[in-house]
Design a binder for this molecule. Structure first.
Ligand SMILES: *[C@@H]1O[C@H](CO)[C@@H](O)[C@H](O)[C@H]1NC(C)=O
Length: 337
């Protein structure tokens, strides 16, 4: 019985056209990952950056000087005890130091030239119910380098001979691989469930977008660039389209969904039309927070702002005239007396 309203609700969000989008829109994020960026500047200088993310929301930072985690949300610790957190943070601290040293010691063996950069991502994703999938991938200089599959280091094709050497080296440290395996397939899912629950109020919130229209610089003489701005919505999945009447306009161009400072999102959707052909155009916005009540803004119609301005200016103007008349009449009476 519960399923039917849910299915109906998901049908109202055509922008979330894949299954994962639906889940995201209704239940918030479903994965946690840690990102490592290690910049090797020269033989004595390595800079490690670390961060923890629930999909595109950062909830952890890393202070590389002190080797400690920074908890960016009041609920970033999930349901882990301080003792368990200390243990995990210590594992990361040792890993960062060990990783930098191992790479620095093998720069000439791996034929690396300064400066170079390693990027790593590892985490887990919740799939329907309680099953989780873990992942760990590494890149060198922006190219795939290696990944961990079934607790084995698999060199990426793009990584060439270097990645094969790296994996051969990693395989010698079975103890390290076992720790990583435990972190990925045990610690990560437990942490993810705890943090999703602790941050539920923020992660599952629904914030309605505001939308407004403007015109941009015309791309060609005799053309108009119509801009539809949609801002302040959460969660991220959104559907915005320029329409002619009820018909989706195929020339609609969608920008990237950009973050606002308060954690909500912004999107700009444009349409290039020949001047004079802007009749019957409207911008339609669908979002999970709107409960099926799409926002529709008509191009060329007086906007609400103008209506509001008129509603304020007109009475003020009338009041001013009345006051002036009253004042003038009073003065003429005084003159008579
Ligand atoms: C390494 O880079 C740092 C930071 O740019 C610099 O201060 C240091 O002198 C460099 N060391 C060597 C050996 O080049």
């Amino acid at each position: 019985m519960l399923l039917l309203p849910l299915l109906l609700l998901t049908d109202l969000i055509p922008g979330a056209d894949n299954k994962r989008g639906h889940e995201h829109a209704l239940h918030g994020p479903t994965s946690f990952h840690v990102i490592q960026i290690s910049s090797f500047v020269n033989s004595t200088w390595t800079q490690n950056q670390g961060s923890g993310w629930l999909e595109d929301l950062q909830i952890h930072g890393w202070d590389s000087d002190s080797g400690t985690a920074i908890f960016l949300k009041p609920w970033s610790k999930g349901n882990f005890s301080d003792a368990e957190l200390t243990e995990v943070v210590e594992a990361f601290r040792v890993y960062f130091i060990g990783f930098s040293r191992q790479i620095q010691d093998r720069v000439s063996e791996f034929e690396l030239t300064y400066p170079f950069e390693f990027q790593g991502i590892g985490g887990c994703e919740l799939h329907s119910g309680e099953t989780t999938v873990s992942f760990l991938r590494n890149a060198l200089g922006g190219l795939d380098f290696m990944s961990l599959q079934n607790n084995m280091c698999v060199p990426a094709k793009e990584g060439g001979r270097r990645a094969q050497m790296f994996c051969a080296l990693v395989s010698e440290y079975q103890g390290l691989l076992n720790i990583i395996e435990t972190l990925l397939s045990n610690t990560c899912p437990r942490f993810l469930l705890g943090v999703l629950n602790a941050g539920k109020a923020e992660l599952q919130r629904q914030v309605k977008p505001e939308a407004w229209l403007s015109s941009g610089p015309p791309p060609l003489p005799g053309h108009l660039l119509l801009v539809c701005h949609v801002s302040g919505f959460y969660p991220k999945p959104v559907w915005v389209m320029w329409m002619r009447g009820e018909q989706e306009h195929p020339e609609t161009r969608q920008g990237d969904i950009l973050p606002n400072a308060d954690g909500t999102w912004y999107l700009r959707v444009t349409l290039d039309v020949v001047a004079g052909e802007e009749a019957n155009l409207n911008c339609r916005v669908k979002h999970s927070s709107l409960g099926g009540q799409d926002i529709v803004l008509h191009w060329g119609h007086p906007t609400y702002t103008m209506v509001i301005i008129l509603a304020i200016i007109l009475p003020t103007f009338i009041l001013l005239i009345c006051l002036t008349l009253w004042y003038l009449r009073r003065r003429s009476y005084q003159n008579i007396q």
